[in-house]
Design a protein around this ligand. Structure first.
Ligand SMILES: [Zn+2]
Ligand SMILES: [Zn+2]
Length: 339
């Protein structure tokens, strides 16, 4: 099969012919129809995550068609459309797995990190960690639901019943979370890079009540006066920039939470204790559980979540990653290996 392979961190992916994977017991073999590009993929390429398998095929937002099942696998028949997410395997017996927190399993294995992912024509996955894809979503539209959507949804849930939610960094994840939050009748404020008028407009189209930068500057709405137009009950930080954490903390109402949604972030500058005082909190969100996936994929068609997608051929994976780094598209980037 054709695949885009990461041979060493810090280098570009290399297009190569790789031996077709075979499904082992309990696994399905899928023909990849679409695979979303995630910021985590960039962190892996940049060597910011500890120990990826190398050489590695990235990609953990896979929508594919089952073409073969391994011994003992019976959950999906040939031809079924499945989604393969970041969480690829857990031990099932540790204290985290046994308490509904398999996302924290210390032995967990992740797709496109410990296990080859979907920047390729074919992929194998443990059938227990795959999801059926809701009808009504085209393959490319469904792919970003599998990480951008899922992690965003888990982050929103960690915000509790926050009425006013600030989204710091309005990319693939935020553009989905915004729609879910508005559906839940929350008020959404979108915080982008200063002067990023196009993204600010995009956020307003998706139902945000205000869009601007962290200092309150807005090219499309009311200019702020050094802060956001209202205090936040929760701030979800998607951008991997540690300096946003104290800024978001200062934008919170008492009792509010800053939720860091990314797997990697630059260092967080120090801040005064008074900024945290009054029961404000800072937490991170790590990975996903299978029940997050089932819950979110049932909710998405009800909202209904519409994903905005830029399509790339498999061989253009490096360009997709660089476009993501530079913020050159709105919504999500998706590779289409079969085209
Ligand atoms: Zn475990
Ligand atoms: Zn991801």
């Amino acid at each position: 099969m054709r695949a885009m392979v990461l041979e060493e961190t810090g280098t570009r992916l290399v297009e190569a012919d790789v031996e077709d994977p075979r499904p082992r017991p309990g696994e399905v073999l899928v023909r990849v129809r679409a695979c979303g590009v995630c910021r985590t993929d960039l962190h892996i390429v940049d060597g910011e995550l500890a120990e990826p398998k190398l050489p590695l095929i990235l990609g953990h937002q896979i929508v594919g068609e089952v073409i073969e099942v391994g011994e003992g696998a019976g959950r999906y028949a040939g031809g079924a459309r499945v989604g393969i997410p970041w969480l690829g395997w857990t031990c099932g017996e540790c204290r985290y797995c046994l308490s509904g927190r398999e996302n924290l399993c210390p032995r967990a294995r992740f797709t496109g990190y410990d296990i080859d992912g979907g920047y390729s024509g074919l992929a194998v996955a443990d059938e227990r960690f795959c999801f059926p894809i809701p009808d009504g979503y085209a393959d490319v539209q469904a792919a970003p639901l599998l990480c951008a959507g899922l992690i965003g949804y888990r982050s929103l849930r960690m915000s509790g019943d926050a009425e006013r939610v600030g989204l710091y960094g309005f990319g693939a994840s935020a553009h989905i979370v915004c729609q879910v939050a508005v559906h839940q009748r929350r008020e959404v404020l979108a915080i982008t890079r200063p002067g990023d008028v196009e993204t600010q407009r995009f956020a307003l189209e998706l139902g945000a009540s205000w869009a601007g930068d962290a200092r309150g500057g807005s090219a499309v709405g009311e200019p702020g006066d050094g802060g956001l137009p209202t205090e936040l009950d929760a701030a979800i930080v998607f951008a991997p920039a540690g300096e946003l954490v104290p800024q978001a903390l200062r934008a919170l109402a008492p009792g509010g939470a800053v939720v860091c949604a990314g797997i990697h972030m630059s260092d967080i500058p120090s801040f005064a204790y008074r900024d945290l005082w009054r029961e404000r909190s800072i937490r991170s969100v790590a990975n996903l559980t299978r029940s997050d996936g089932e819950e979110f994929l049932a909710l998405a068609p009800e909202v209904p979540v519409r994903t905005e997608v830029g399509e790339y051929g498999l061989a253009d994976a490096n360009r997709a990653l660089e476009d993501l780094r530079a913020g050159r598209f709105r919504g999500a980037a998706v590779l289409r290996p079969s085209v």
